[in-house]
Design a protein around this ligand. Structure first.
Ligand SMILES: [Zn+2]
Ligand SMILES: [Zn+2]
Length: 212
C-alpha cells in the first residue's frame, strides 16, 4: 500500500514497523513536530532523549516506532524510555535546548476511535489482517489531518532527564560464570551473582508482566 499526505514517511520505516497502522505515523508526526520546535534534525549519536508517555497493555504503543525512526532516539542507544502514564504523548528532550511535549488531542482520539479499523482491532484482529481499504482510511486520516486538529504542542521549561554515566566495568557471576555489568551485580554472602541466579525480585519486570 502506498501512503501519501501531509507527511512523507520513508518506506523503510513502514518495513521496520512491520505493518500499516495509524499509530506509527502519529508517532512519526509527533517526532517531526518536536524536532522542528527544538530546531534539531535526526540524531545519529546521543544528543536527545525521547520519552513516550505510553505504558503497557494498550495498543497505541506503535507510536513509539514512528517517533524513534524520525528522531533517531532509539531504545538500543538508550535514548528512548517509557514514562508509563498511559497517555498518547511523546516528549523530546535535548539537554541544553529544552523539551517539547506532543499530545494527541482528546477530540482527535475520539474521532479516531470511530474509525472502522478499531472495530477489527477490538475483536483482536491484527492490523495486517484488517481489509486494506479500512486500513487506508484510518492511515489517510492521520497522515492528512492538520497539525492543530491533531496535536497539543507544549514546551516543558523545567523538564530534565539523564542516565547514569556509562561504564564498561563488569564482573563474573559466582554461580553461572556469565559476565554481568557491574551495576547489576547482586552481592550474596559476599559473592557477586547475576539477577537470575540471585532470585532478585525486579519490581519493574513484574510490572511489565502485568503482575503488579
Ligand atoms: Zn502498528
Ligand atoms: Zn548467574
Amino acid at each position: 500500500m502506498t501512503t501519501s499526505g501531509k507527511v512523507e514517511i520513508p518506506q523503510w520505516v513502514w518495513d521496520f514497523h512491520g505493518h500499516i497502522c495509524p499509530f506509527m505515523p502519529i508517532g512519526y508526526r509527533m517526532g517531526q513536530i518536536a524536532m522542528r520546535e527544538l530546531g534539531i534534525s535526526h540524531i545519529g549519536d546521543h544528543g536527545a532523549f525521547g520519552l513516550s508517555e505510553m505504558g503497557v497493555g494498550h495498543p497505541q504503543t506503535c507510536m513509539i516506532d514512528g517517533f524513534m525512526a524520525v528522531t533517531g532516539c532509539t531504545y538500543g542507544k538508550l535514548m528512548m524510555e517509557r514514562l508509563n502514564y498511559g497517555k498518547v504523548a511523546c516528549i523530546l528532550f535535548v539537554p541544553g535546548k529544552g523539551a517539547i511535549r506532543v499530545y494527541l488531542k482528546s477530540e482527535f482520539q475520539d474521532e479516531l476511535g470511530k474509525q472502522e479499523f478499531f472495530v477489527y482491532r477490538k475483536k483482536g484482529i491484527e492490523p495486517s489482517q484488517v481489509p486494506a481499504d479500512v486500513v487506508k482510511k484510518v492511515v489517510d486520516l492521520v497522515m492528512n489531518a492538520s497539525e492543530s486538529d491533531m496535536f497539543k504542542i507544549e514546551k516543558l521549561p523545567d523538564f530534565t532527564f539523564s542516565r547514569p554515566k556509562g561504564s564498561f566495568a563488569k564482573m563474573k557471576c559466582s554461580k553461572c560464570g556469565e559476565y554481568v555489568f557491574e551495576r547489576y551485580v547482586r552481592m550474596v554472602d559476599g559473592k557477586p551473582e547475576c539477577i537470575p541466579c540471585s532470585d532478585y525480585n525486579q519490581t519493574w519486570v513484574n510490572v511489565l508482566k502485568g503482575m503488579q
